[in-house]
Design a protein around this ligand. Structure first.
Ligand code: SF4
Length: 350
């Protein structure tokens, strides 16, 4: 009998058999990578996720060599995930994998650019709206026309006033914080009951966030705003002896206070020559040819350059009130407009 055909007998053979069994057990264990490779067993979801993350990172770097925008990264990741999954399920046929990958990419591109795709429609509608949202003037006003423009607005409202109700710089700050994405009249309806109870940061802290929420719950985003008012009151007490700071940097460091809020507070409470650009000021400045800009920062910078010094103190109020009551977004009252002669909007009509 050949050595290979010998049947195992005796202790030695049994030991060998046992060793053989052990080796066989090692072979079938799921932890052995060689086994996984041989059997084509799928990795666990967490392993796939980890591999995908690493793959995405390296691919992102190789593909562009520079930082992509968040939307581009998200799109690339989605496409990459699709192609990676295909590759894993077609290990035996590499050619098929390449074809599938190509097809997937084509499909993804088609889906992305197809007009039937709801995401595409939404994106194009947004693009169209944002283009339409900036009403452009046919040309810019000259310096002389700028001067006459403000002279006309000043003649109409010699002492322009904001429409938010307040009793001191602190209540002004709170009212402006509450007025974000809300109407002045809506804020006034809420603060008429709030300010008699809390007109200082200390009193606001004593009132507490829960009670403040109930007082301002008619205003949009009231939960976030209540949290911000309490946080800014705490900061005023701890960093500014309970007083509203006058400088821009200290104001914007307060919770819930942005550039626009800081400019309004500095202009009204401390007579600073600032211009806060809200939706009305943005529209009027672009539409009339007074100060063009793609965003509020650009318009603010342009207005600060163009508004004559003599009118800078009240320019903010004149432009807001003009935009709110005369040069409205949908149906501007050009027939009753005091600056009709200077306005460079192509659609203006008496
Ligand atoms: S003329 Fe019409 S568009 Fe021009 S500023 Fe006056 S209201 Fe606005």
């Amino acid at each position: 009998m050949a050595r290979a055909d010998k049947k195992p007998t005796g202790k030695k053979s049994l030991r060998k058999k046992a060793m053989g069994k052990k080796s066989s057990r090692k072979k079938v264990t799921g932890k052995n990578p060689a086994y996984k490779k041989a059997t084509g067993k799928k990795s666990s979801p967490s392993t796939i996720a980890r591999k995908e993350t690493m793959h995405r990172k390296t691919t992102g770097k190789k593909a562009t060599g520079k930082k992509s925008s968040p939307s581009t990264i998200a799109r690339k990741e989605t496409m990459h995930r699709k192609t990676t999954d295909k590759k894993h399920t077609n290990k035996k046929n590499p050619n098929k994998t390449i074809t599938d990958k190509k097809n997937t990419s084509k499909k993804a591109t088609h889906k992305k650019t197809s007009r039937k795709n709801p995401a595409y429609k939404k994106a194009s509608r947004k693009k169209a709206t944002s283009k339409k949202a900036i009403p452009r003037a046919t040309s810019a006003l000259s310096d002389q026309e700028c001067k006459k423009f403000f002279a006309a607005l000043a003649a109409e409202r010699p002492e322009p006033q904001g429409e938010l109700h307040y009793t001191n710089s602190y209540t002004l700050l709170v009212a402006v914080v509450l007025s974000a994405q809300a109407t002045d009249s809506g804020v006034n309806r809420a603060t008429v009951n709030l300010f008699p109870l809390a007109d200082t940061p200390q009193k606001m802290l004593a009132l507490g966030e829960a009670k403040l929420r109930t007082k301002i719950q008619t205003i949009g985003l009231y939960r976030t705003k209540a949290k911000n008012v309490i946080a800014l009151s705490r900061q005023l007490v701890s960093h500014h002896q309970g007083q509203v700071p006058q400088d821009h940097d200290s104001l914007v460091a307060l919770p819930g206070v942005g550039r626009k809020t800081a400019n309004v507070v500095r202009n009204i409470a401390f007579a600073a020559e600032t211009i806060a650009v809200d939706t009305h000021v943005f529209r009027v400045a672009n539409r009339t040819g007074l100060a063009a800009g793609k965003n509020t920062d650009e318009v603010e910078a342009a207005l600060l350059r163009r508004v004559p010094r003599a009118y800078l103190r009240h320019a903010h109020h004149w432009l807001i009130l003009h935009g709110r009551y005369t040069c409205t977004a949908r149906a501007p009252k050009c027939g009753a407009c005091p600056v009709f002669a200077f306005c460079r909007w192509q659609d203006k009509e008496r």
